[in-house]
Design a protein around this ligand. Structure first.
Ligand code: PEP
Ligand code: MG
Length: 322
């Protein structure tokens, strides 16, 4: 119950057989930090920076962004903070940014695709992030990566801004990690190639599920097809985790699935390193982790991967973990 869970607030996240995992929080603004600290998050797995850009009439400048990022980084006191670069477009619009009308905005000009064309805007954000990296354990993450070229181009801009900051004598973490969200099936399938070049993966199941099943995450009409537990989705997730481990990298998950009771044993069994969720899910997840064993979870995954349907997967998990 709630009171029992509250006692876990400063305990580590550990399974019944002693495996340590990281339970992190998703945030949208520095105001969300209160919930993060109250619920004992071990890191921030996703800071959605688009809110800094929304509800105003011009782009936030470098200084304003730097302050927002530094505030969060300093409050985490050395714990990891993954900050995602601008993920606008799709359902999220900016009044001061003229975007083309598209028939399928979720498959269109959004997120990193847009940042790689509007490079002045993107460089401003990268500089603010690099400067904030001096104050703690900040990691940079690109959303909606579909190809290796996109990652290389974005990473190239980071390297260029690092050189400029160096020349200007501005401090930043020269070892700052640069990773990607895995939320497009091409990237999940080709994870082995990406794993050689990125520092980490974070699986964005909210989008990965909609793209894998071709079921709009906003549409009521096809919500029955929006299936995080579809065996195809589970196989993609496992492929990403395995690919990262082969290269000595880590994989997190920052989609809604990472905080679901039914998903935890499956993700633990697949070897997920970091689970990032809304702050209020952290203590229930920590409490559940303490009842799970890695060996049982691995055996569960073996059986889940050969299920035919999402319902079979869920029934299997209920039957084995009750
Ligand atoms: C995701 O797609 O899973 C994700 C975390 O990003 P967002 O929900 O912001 O698209
Ligand atoms: Mg997404």
């Amino acid at each position: 119950d709630k009171a029992e869970q509250k006692k876990l607030v400063s305990e580590p996240s550990i399974t019944a057989d002693g495996k340590r995992v990281e339970l992190a929080a998703n945030i949208g603004t520095p105001d969300d930090m209160r919930g993060v600290l109250e619920n004992g998050a071990e890191g921030i797995g996703l800071y959605r920076t688009e809110f800094l850009y929304m509800g105003r009439d011009s782009f936030p400048g470098e200084e304003e962004q730097f302050e927002a990022y530094r505030t969060v980084v300093e409050q985490m006191d050395g714990a990891p903070i993954v900050i995602r670069t601008l993920d606008i477009g799709g359902d999220k619009k900016l009044p001061y940014l003229d975007l083309p009308e598209e028939l399928n905005p979720f498959l269109g000009f959004r997120a990193l695709r847009l940042c790689l064309e509007k490079t002045d805007m993107f460089r401003t954000q990268l500089r603010a992030l690099l400067r904030a990296s001096h104050y703690g354990n900040l990691k940079i993450m690109f959303p909606m990566v579909a190809t290796l070229e996109e990652f290389r181009a974005a990473k190239g801009l980071v390297e260029e801004e690092k050189k400029r900051l160096n020349a200007e004598g501005v401090s930043f973490d020269s070892q700052v990690s640069v990773g990607i969200m895995v939320e497009i099936p091409s990237t999940a399938v080709a994870a082995a190639s990406f794993a050689k070049e990125v520092d980490f993966f974070s699986i964005g199941t909210n989008d990965l599920v909609q793209y894998t099943l071709a079921a709009d995450r906003m549409s009521e009409r096809v919500s029955h097809l929006y299936q995080p537990y579809h065996p195809a989705v589970l196989r993609l997730i496992k492929n990403v985790i395995d690919a990262s481990h082969i290269e000595g990298k880590w994989t997190g998950m920052c989609g809604e699935m990472a905080g679901e009771e039914t998903a935890l044993p499956l993700l633990l069994g697949m070897g997920l390193d970091e689970f990032s969720m809304s702050a209020t899910s952290i203590l229930p997840a920590r409490s559940l982790m303490r009842t799970l064993s890695v060996n049982d979870a691995r055996a569960l995954v073996e059986r889940a991967l050969v299920c035919g349907t999402a319902d079979e997967v869920k029934e299997l998990v209920y039957a084995e973990t009750k």
